[in-house]
Ligand binder design. Structure first.
Ligand code: ZN
Ligand code: ZN
Length: 350
């Protein structure tokens, strides 16, 4: 097979096109991955499909899109020693210079060199039958996890895992998750797995139901009396930990105001603004506020290991599955706000 199908998003125009591409050949240190599952990320929809900010130096470059890849090794290039054909792999979605302090720590996402490149944004990504990956960005997918689980782990679940880690959530805590999209749902699942009692809040009743079915102890549809309900549930004290995944002013304020004295708040949802009185909201209440952006590659490996250990299936948050030939329909559905987590799958998931 010398050609393959790959999808390119026409940025800012709500269009996506399936085109024919040559199957790439792996060079030194590279591996050709046969795609088995690829997740659609909120960023594909919000920052490419709907609107594209060309002033952002990191903007999408018109390559094959998709940055949540999972599949099997098809061929390894010269000098590759870690993998052989058939090995099941997750691709960490960013490549870096490998020598700056961020890269040396495995925090490739924070690499600032001009060699930094994101699969599906700056170099060909996951919405294709095959994808070329740097071998060092591959992580082993254990037999206990499906390809769909792997695709979810490769971006969003890693982000959630790291956010939960930042607050060091344990069975001691009541955790509030604000915003129950894919990142919030995963954060709720992971907090439950770490033994916490979990409250989930969203403006969408469907998402609240989804969170309850994934094990949330209390689901609340956001409204006038949400803060009061959280206070009542926590005997008037508030939660030990808030994980903010909504990125809205109201959601961010709820996360901060629901935290008890000395509580920990992690901001995961990106963009938008936040207006507050720091004295009353943060300082006088002794809060610790963390910003948490995606995950490092070693933290992603940790997330994979713990998903197996805790027997949780990241793929449980998936609401819609499509073959890549229906990518247009998939984006239209997601754009209409009618989907939770969308995944593209090639053949039987196993
Ligand atoms: Zn993503
Ligand atoms: Zn670097």
């Amino acid at each position: 097979m010398s050609t393959m199908q790959g999808a390119v998003i026409i940025g800012g125009q709500r269009q996506v096109e399936l085109r024919e591409f040559p199957v790439p050949e792996p060079g030194p240190g590279q591996v050709l991955v046969r795609m088995r599952a690829a997740g659609m990320c909120g960023s594909d929809l919000h920052n490419i499909y709907r609107t594209m900010n060309l002033d952002d130096p990191g903007h999408y470059r018109g390559c094959i899109a998709g940055h949540e890849p999972c599949g099997t090794v098809e061929a390894a290039g010269p000098g590759s020693t870690r993998f052989e054909k058939g090995d099941r792999v997750i691709v960490y979605h960013i490549t870096g210079c490998r020598t700056c302090s961020a890269c040396r720590k495995g925090w490739i996402v924070n690499c600032t060199s001009d060699q930094r490149s994101v699969y599906g944004w700056h170099r060909d990504g996951a919405y294709a039958d095959f994808m070329l990956a740097e071998e060092y960005t591959l992580l082993e997918l254990p037999d206990e996890l499906s390809f769909i689980d792997g695709a979810i782990l490769s971006c969003g679940f890693g982000t959630s895992f790291q956010g939960v880690r930042r607050a060091d959530v344990s069975g001691y805590d009541t955790v509030l998750v604000v915003g129950l999209g894919p990142v919030g749902l995963a954060a709720a699942m992971i907090s439950k797995a770490r033994g916490a009692r979990v409250i989930g809040v969203d403006i969408s009743p469907e998402r609240v139901v989804a969170a309850e079915s994934l094990g949330c102890d209390l689901g609340l549809v956001a409204g006038e009396d949400t803060l009061e309900a959280i206070m009542e549930y926590t005997n008037g004290h508030g939660v030990e930990v808030s994980l903010e995944c909504s990125a809205s002013q109201a959601g961010r304020m709820l996360a901060l105001e629901s935290a008890r004295l000395w509580g920990r708040v992690v901001l995961l949802g990106e963009h938008g603004n936040l207006s507050l009185n720091p004295s009353f909201t943060i300082i006088q209440r002794q809060l610790t506020v963390h910003g948490s952006w995606m995950s490092g590659i070693s933290e992603m490996q940790d997330a994979i290991e713990h998903a197996v250990r805790w027997n949780i299936k990241p793929g449980d948050i998936v609401t819609h599955m499509f073959p890549i030939t229906q990518i247009r329909e998939a984006f239209e559905l997601a754009d209409a706000g009618q989907a939770g987590k969308v995944v593209f799958a090639w053949g039987e998931d196993e």
